[in-house]
Design a protein around this ligand. Structure first.
Ligand code: ARG
Length: 455
């Protein structure tokens, strides 16, 4: 395709390091789509004849059918998907195929192919996130009143509802959806027609190709930027990384909760693995792999950042290495989201274990302190001190706060009456947390309804 000024061919190793077909064959649909839009525009602008347009377009459609049937024959000598398509076109329609590349370069071609691909990847991430959010909403609804311990420092802090805990992930994942949507909106400009780097002398219509390819914001504004920008891929990886962090935290909780000392949840057989030596084992491998892959996403973002950081304008071949990184992250993200959805949909919550744990660790101590403030008008700091003494006394007695007698409580502070018992249960505690965004079951139900409306 470019051998005119060359005397000899590339060495075998040169071919191997240079070829990207093994990776970028995934862009074949976008490549053919881009070429069809380009050739239609060349025809409309009178740059090539109507007969050539018809022949090229027909040939491209035939290639699309062949590739869909799995008949793409990889050839390292043809470097990438762009040269594969063009060479096959020449086999099918003859020399007219050579007119397709008028007013175009592989630099703008790959930029447009990859943008189209990443835009679709943003949509896929959105759909998969939506499915996971749907699963979480369903479980949150079932467990709007289920009580579990809320933790800080992984120490029992205050009782919360399981529905509230699950809804925290709905919030995180909803922000992730908006990150993919923002990234997609920003990349919605078409680089086709930037040619190699400087634009072209042919009277092309970039508005036309941008519209034909579905770029909402029209053509990109600067030809140099068009062929050297990979921000769009980095933003995709950044949103993927953030999603990965959220999935990893949920995975971590699934792992902890499924462990025997916690016993909060049981994963079904479909989401468990056994051990080759310990017959009793049920391991949460999928959750562990989701946790591990969060590291892969950060690595992908880091890798492409490093590929890009020192590149002078405009195109350098380093940029060819963007795709393997993005494709791998895309595949892993799909697997992670599908796995989390499967686990969330099917795991069983052990309500009794959760409630018992919520009742441990003097989890309603804050409720006692708040009661002193509310009922006996004690300043909060003093109430905190008094409650601390109650906890100390209960601990010494080997009981919980409710296990202290009225007399024992009175001895610590005369203002404590038996009415305090109303706030010491975990049920009373969660029911009282009615501030906006709080854990009370009524709030959780309202939050679920609002989230469903936003979905
Ligand atoms: N396969 C190349 C890539 O993915 C296409 C662009 C090649 N351009 C060039 N000047 N060699 O980046």
């Amino acid at each position: 395709m470019w051998g005119g000024r060359f005397g000899g061919g590339p060495s075998a190793i040169m071919q191997q390091i240079n070829a990207s077909i093994g990776v970028d064959k995934r862009l074949w649909r976008q490549d053919i789509q881009g070429s069809r839009a380009h050739v239609a525009m060349l025809g409309k602008q009178g740059i090539i004849s109507a007969e050539d347009v018809a022949a090229i377009d027909k040939g491209l459609q035939q290639i699309a059918q062949e590739y869909a049937d799995g008949k793409l024959v990889e050839n390292l000598a043809l470097e990438d998907i762009h040269l594969h398509v063009e060479t096959r076109l020449k086999e099918i329609i003859g020399p007219a195929a050579g007119r397709l590349h008028t007013a175009r370069s592989r630099n703008d071609q790959v930029a447009v192919d990859f943008r189209l691909w990443v835009k679709a990847a943003c949509d896929e991430a959105d759909a998969a996130l939506k499915a996971l959010i749907g699963a979480l909403l369903k479980r949150a609804e079932e467990h709007a009143d289920t009580i579990m311990p809320g933790f800080t420092h992984l120490q029992v802090a205050q009782p919360v509802t399981l529905g509230h805990h699950l809804m925290a992930y709905v919030e995180m994942l909803s922000r992730d959806r908006s990150r993919f949507a923002d990234a997609k909106a920003r990349m919605d400009e078409c680089p086709l027609g930037a040619a190699a780097l400087a634009g072209t002398s042919f009277p092309i219509d970039r508005q036309m190709t941008a519209a034909a390819l579905g770029f909402a914001k029209g053509p990109t504004r600067n030809s140099l930027d068009s062929v050297s920008d990979r921000d769009f891929a980095l933003e995709y990886l950044s949103a993927t990384h953030m999603t990965g962090l959220h999935l990893s935290r949920l995975a971590e909780e699934i792992i902890i909760w499924a462990s025997q000392p916690y016993g909060f949840i049981t994963l079904p057989d479909a989401w468990s693995t056994g051990s080759s030596i310990m017959p009793q084992k049920r391991n949460p491998d999928a959750a562990e792999l989701v946790r591990a892959k969060a590291g892969e996403f950060l690595a992908a973002f880091t890798r492409l950042s490093v590929v890009m950081k020192g590149l002078p304008l405009a195109y350098s071949k380093d940029m060819q290495d963007d795709k393997s990184t993005v494709f791998a992250a895309f595949d892993d993200l799909g697997l992670c989201l599908a796995s989390m959805t499967g686990m969330v949909e099917t795991l069983t919550f052990n309500k009794a274990k959760m409630r018992a744990a919520a009742n441990s660790g003097f989890s309603t101590a804050t409720d006692l302190a708040d009661w002193l403030v509310r009922v006996a008008n004690v300043p909060f700091r003093e109430a905190h001190e008094i409650t601390g003494k109650c906890v100390k006394a209960a601990e010494a007695k080997g009981t919980d706060l409710n296990g202290l007698t009225d007399a024992e409580l009175k001895a610590i502070d005369a203002r404590i009456t038996r009415a305090v018992r109303d706030v010491l249960s975990v049920e009373a505690s969660v029911a009282s947390r009615t501030s906006f965004g709080g854990t009370a079951p009524a709030n959780v139900r309202a939050a679920i309804a609002a989230a469903r409306a936003r979905l």
